[in-house]
Design a binder for this molecule. Sequence first.
Ligand code: AMP
Length: 277
Amino acid sequence: MILRDSAALRSRVTEWKKTGASIGLVPTMGALHEGHLSLVRAAQAECARVIVSIFVNPTQFNNAHDLANYPRSEAADVALLAGVDGIFIPTVEAMYPEGYSTSVQVSGLTDRLEGAHRPGHFSGMATVVTKLFGMSGADRAYFGEKDWQQLQIIRRFTQDLNLPVSITSCPTLREADGLALSSRNRRLPEAARLRAPRLHAIMQETAWAIRAGRPIAAALTAGEADLEAVGFGPIDYLACCDAQTLMPAREMTPGQTLRLLAAAALDSVRLIDNIVI
Ligand code: AMP
């Protein structure tokens, strides 16, 4: 069932809640792929009712060209979601009506990495996710590790604002050649698609080098050079960070979990990925 505004969503959810059903929410921007569907399956395994939202949120795009070119495929998405209980597809006007003036700002975590390269992105994301939590009354919400920094920020503001939602994360789904599934992959020209898995491969080599004791700074410099050599550019970052705070790590410290995160363009298509070290 497609729901196009918050009143329709709210009345559905109210009925479900009367029966004591738990509600799972999977927020997406559409152009669905197996990665999104893995979140849906995780939600279905744990929740009596599952809502998937599809909303290309304009306030999290810092680049008008990127927003205009973001892939949209509503009919195909709806077909893929045949088994879910509600598909929430609001209009921009329904989400941000005349007079709308509120945003959610998370400090610290949002300054680095994606935040440094996409000003306003995380505030737009945090705002729309908070709104979706409020509109859906979800008990649980599902997010991918593919957007690692986003996941840490969502955990942070959910805790800070005492939002009554439990956050579950799901591992990154990849193509057989290692490329992380992403709606943006559809925009890769054929030759670039063939080179794109090098991002994950070079990240793995970099992680192995760090685990083997190579100084982190040297491993990152070598990784960036390898990315450039296969045609990535600009490389926004290749960074080794504490997995939760995302503060840059200079060395391996016992007991600390590190994450390697990267953002780099290939033929003007910006790809992001992250792996554990
Ligand atoms: P998006 O539509 O790009 O906003 O993504 C919606 C949700 O799907 C986010 O929680 C993403 O982290 C998640 N997601 C995107 N790609 C993948 C993937 N390859 N594997 C797992 N989850 C993903």
